[in-house]
Design a binder for this molecule. Sequence first.
Ligand SMILES: Cc1ncc(COP(=O)(O)O)c(C=O)c1O
Length: 396
Amino acid sequence: MTTYPLPAAAAAKTAAPKFHIPYHEPFFDEREEQSVVEAVRSGYTQGGGKFTKQVEAAIRARTGAQHALVTTSGTHALELAMMVLNLGPGDEVIVPSYTFAATASCVVRQMARVVFCDVRRDNLNIDVADFARRITPKTKAVIPVHYAGIACDMDELLEVARRRGIAVVEDAAQSFDTTYRGRQLGTLGEIGCLSFHGTKNVAAGEGGAFLTNDSSLARRAEILREKGTDRAQFLRGEIDKYTWRDVGSSFIPSELVMALLSAQLSKIDQIQTRRVAIFDRYMLALAPLAKEGRIGLPHVPAGSRPNAHIFYFFAKHLADRDRYYEALRTRGIQAMLHYTPLDDSPFGAQFRAAGEAPLPAARWVTDCMLRLPLFVRMTDAQVEEVIGAVTELARP
Ligand SMILES: Cc1ncc(COP(=O)(O)O)c(C=O)c1O
């Protein structure tokens, strides 16, 4: 059993290295505290209460989605999406290799086959031409991931998917509040999945949402989310008792989490304004280095406004990236790496076609990209310090 405080030796072992500019910090204050206390005092802590309704209404208002169902995580929103679409053995789902494991594991849980495709070298998002090449008669869905809150080439992807009768499930875990040609990401495909994980712009510890404009998908998702029952209809007073209707699981979050999320959502303009200002400053200040060919900056598709979830740049090669990584950290700036390609992971490699080599662009971006600190309370001086350090290292 762990005792607190930890003995000094154990505490030293578990202590995170100290950075005077951390990669991330949550933006919590007394508003979150008051909201959670209100939920506790109300005595109603299970899912489906006042805070759940408030949050779902706020997500609908912000995204324009007709239906928003909150879930216990972004992973669970993706699993719910695969269940609602009735994916199963014999079906194939195309997933970019450069993403979080949940984007692919939701497919595997349904006993469907993951088909990995490659990503763009200039923004780590799905390579639409490679996606199109991998379509077979068994392809039922594609899961584009809007990495870092930067939109995939959705017009091109949707055109291919619609022509070939393939459902589009947007993994918008990182892209809540990103616009693409006047619409919010997560509302362009059949289903969109958001995450409110503790590291996201709008954070609730763990949490997610399932978005759709399709009423029949929403109706079924509501049942699957509630253990396969019609409890949601019962809570709305539409039926006098609820019963088992379908397969299901427990994807509805507690009111405690929704209370936290509701406070975060009330601060969304403040959160986004500051994050976008930092993102824009990084882009502007590092543009000369990109012009000189020393680093690469993220490509943002025309007509899209990133939500500033992550700011990253590309070094020239792996050793160059490691040089930035080590040097920034030595200076107390918590630069971060990110995913390794799923098609070359211990579990994911089994889904590569026989004899197929690991996907080259996914490997290249993994080797070359580096994430820089970005959080609401980051000061202008901290932003300039990071820019100064990167500039110095880029022009040795
Ligand atoms: C691209 C992507 N997909 C899915 C997820 C899963 O979301 P969650 O952590 O809320 O389960 C994440 C979150 O970390 C993510 O970044």
